[in-house]
Ligand binder design. Structure first.
Ligand SMILES: [Zn+2]
Length: 357
């Protein structure tokens, strides 16, 4: 346990060890507020899509930089590249969509971004809620619109694709803190650090720590160079992944016995303005909703610098239980609720199911 404490604390000594992790445009906006005009038809004919865009706007504005984002209704229905207005529209024009489900066009000169236009796929059956099993990340039918919308909105602020850290500027749909049946997305630590570096910090201190059961899988390659993400894992003390199967929703179910010493992996993020020292707890639960009422298996303070997501492993002992029954191991950051955060929903996540043998 002491070794683990030191391992966490070591992060504070190297808060800028990967200062180049984020990828930002060299051109910046000449103002501190980027206004994007939504085609009025979106609000009129796709009200649930529009509400999701408003949620995405609020979350993008949770970033810790001075750069703000403002979504307004356009005064016309025309959404074009290079027409002097930054706009957002849903379309089935594959050119505007860059052959993808969403695409952002940036018009810039040598020093400044002059216009940004976001196009999202009109025909795609987006997931419009935060229900886990409706998301493609958990075997559901489609990508959540909020994740893709935030990815594109962050492009308009100057963020580029990211391939060497778990990041919403990579594969956006699985950058979520999931607890029980609900997913929660936010501007990634890496992206917020990039926005702060380029645009300066927000005058008001932002505080937001989080835990996810997703991690960087592999750096993407090619022109897109998206980061790819995979589930956090459970290991034995030798570093071998515990035996597992996948359920119908691609969720891992691991096998372990009471008394086993196992390593529980998680990704911790600090999306705020300053380093946070806060309580981390690992819990054992009879269901996938992890709360402080569950059985505490481990606790320590975690020191979380800003800039780089922290892949962390905690060693715990599997408690006694009923053989053949499925339990959940999960984590809570800021477990004592001491940090007053802009987002308190992303502090708890189950890591994986464990069936006792
Ligand atoms: Zn993109």
């Amino acid at each position: 346990m002491r070794t683990t404490l030191l391992a966490i604390a070591a992060l504070a000594a190297f808060p800028i060890s990967r200062a180049d992790a984020f990828e930002m445009r060299t051109q910046t906006w000449s103002t501190n507020t980027v206004t994007l005009r939504v085609n009025p038809d979106v609000q009129a004919t796709l009200p649930d899509h529009f509400d999701t865009l408003l949620d995405a706007e609020a979350k993008v504005n949770g970033n810790a930089s001075a750069l703000r984002f403002d979504l307004v209704i356009d005064n016309d229905v025309i959404s074009l590249n290079n027409n002097g207005e930054s706009e957002l529209n849903f379309t089935n024009d594959s050119t505007l969509l860059c052959g993808s489900l969403g695409c952002t066009w940036i018009i810039s000169d040598a020093t400044h971004i002059l216009e940004a236009d976001v196009f999202l796929d009109l025909d795609y059956a987006w997931t419009l809620d935060d229900v886990k099993t409706n998301s493609i990340a958990y075997g559901g039918p489609a990508r959540p619109l909020i994740n893709t919308a935030m990815h594109e909105m962050l492009h308009t602020l100057g963020a580029k694709h990211e391939n060497d850290a778990i990041n919403i500027m990579g594969n956006a749909w699985n950058v979520v803190s999931t607890n029980g049946n609900n997913t929660e997305v936010a501007v990634s630590e890496d992206t917020t650090a990039g926005l702060v570096t380029v645009n300066g910090p927000r005058a008001t201190t932002i505080r937001d720590v989080s835990v996810m059961h997703w991690k960087l899988d592999a750096a993407g390659t090619g022109t897109s160079a998206y980061s790819k993400h995979m589930r956090s894992q459970l290991f034995d003390l030798a570093g071998n992944e515990l035996p597992k199967i996948l359920d119908a929703n691609d969720e891992p179910i691991y096998f372990a016995s009471a008394g086993d010493r196992i390593q529980v992996e998680m990704t911790l993020e600090n999306r705020g303005s300053n380093t946070e020292v806060t309580g981390l707890g690992v819990f054992w639960s009879s269901n996938s909703t992890i709360s402080t009422l569950d059985t505490l298996l481990f606790s320590s303070n975690a020191t979380l610098g800003v800039n780089t997501p922290f892949e962390h492993k905690v060693t715990v002992t599997v408690p006694a239980g009923t053989v053949g029954t499925t339990y959940y191991v999960g984590a809570i950051i800021d477990r004592l609720g001491a940090v007053s955060e802009s987002n308190e929903i992303n502090n708890a996540a189950y890591i994986a199911a464990i069936e006792l043998q």
